[in-house]
Design a protein around this ligand. Structure first.
Ligand code: TUI
Length: 307
């Protein structure tokens, strides 16, 4: 399946792995790239040195191209932006902000720049700044989200820009991939399904929560202070939403999630930690290797798209 995105990234299959903070480290990124997709190291709030270490680890594991996701709200965003420039990474995706100030330096060393956007306005702006493609990420996604659904966002972004669009949010199988292609996407970004992959190093309890999740088991916290985040319902989200409804301050709410993603991913504390996952978690019931996941999605999508 050749598209402008497979050409741009030099990959066989138009499947890009989401740049999930804490979750997407070197092992997952290498496994996805080895399987013919595009693996991504999720820098999250990690300092530059750690991101550099992950980059070197992936290069030890595979010669295939891979990328880094720069989380723009990170206090280390500037140094991570510098590290990816020095390392001349194949492509950068960005999240949770506007990457304009870094685009010139990345493009100068021929890094492909693929901002993740949640609105048509940002997609258009990114095209004007020289982005090579955009990921149009719907509100079904896990983590920090926008408001528009994938079904409505993808075709509107496709109509608004000439660069290729990668669909994301709520996609975990060949049906979702084919649907995104019908909306005009030329690749998909998948996160939650890769979290339960054999190569993903998150705590077993995190994987189990996803594997056992039902359709309506995710919640969105943080809407009141403008940074909505989707994760699976637990003790933390229940208390958070109660406090949010009572009008708690930003600081009070922040304290409840501080270090929560690390606690869930590393320690397996799925009660007080942040178990970030997309709405599609309810459909994910199998543990598989990244190769099996990608092969299965591709076979199903190809069959549907030939109908
Ligand atoms: O960034 C993501 N997903 C993420 S980032 C993350 S770490 C984090 N945790 C808690 C709070 C904030 C971040 C976990 N998951 N996806 C891409 C994405 N970008 N979704 C939404 C946006 C976005 C939102 C507003 C992009 C730009 C924006 O405004 C930019 C502007 O300045 O116009």
């Amino acid at each position: 399946m050749k598209t402008r995105v497979t050409e741009l990234l030099g990959i066989e299959k138009p499947i890009i792995q989401g740049g999930m903070a804490w979750v997407a480290e070197s092992h997952l990124a290498a496994a996805v790239s080895k399987a013919g997709g595009f693996g991504i190291i999720g820098a999250g709030n990690a300092p530059g040195d750690l991101v550099r270490k992950y980059i070197h680890e992936v290069r030890e594991m595979t010669d295939r191209p891979f990328g880094v996701n720069v989380m723009l709200m990170s206090p280390f965003a500037d140094e991570v932006a510098q590290v990816v420039t020095e390392e001349k990474i194949a492509a950068v995706t960005t999240g949770a902000g506007n990457p304009e100030k870094y685009m010139e330096q990345w493009k100068a060393v021929n890094i492909k720049v693929i901002p993740v956007v949640a609105s048509v306005a940002l997609a258009k702006r990114m095209q004007r700044c020289g982005a090579d493609a955009v990921v149009a990420e719907g509100t079904e996604s896990g983590g920090h989200i926008g408001q528009a659904t994938t079904m409505t966002l993808v075709p509107q972004v496709v109509d608004a820009v000439d660069i290729p669009v990668i669909g994301a949010g709520g996609i975990a199988d060949g049906r979702g991939m084919a649907a995104a292609f019908m909306l005009g996407a030329e690749a998909v970004q998948i996160g939650t399904r890769f979290v339960v992959s054999d190569e993903c190093t998150v705590h077993e309890k995190y994987k189990e929560r996803i594997l056992k999740a039902k359709d309506i088991d995710s919640e969105v916290t943080g809407r009141s202070h403008g940074h909505p985040v989707r994760g699976l319902r637990n003790k933390m989200t229940r208390e958070y939403l109660k406090k949010e409804a009572e009008g708690a301050t930003f600081e009070e709410l922040e304290n409840m999630t501080l270090g929560g993603l690390r606690r869930a991913v590393v320690e397996g504390d799925t009660d007080t930690g942040s178990v970030l996952a997309g709405q599609i978690a309810g459909m994910i019931h199998k543990r598989q290797s990244c190769q099996e996941i990608i092969d299965e999605i591709m076979a199903e999508a190809e069959k549907l798209m030939k109908l």
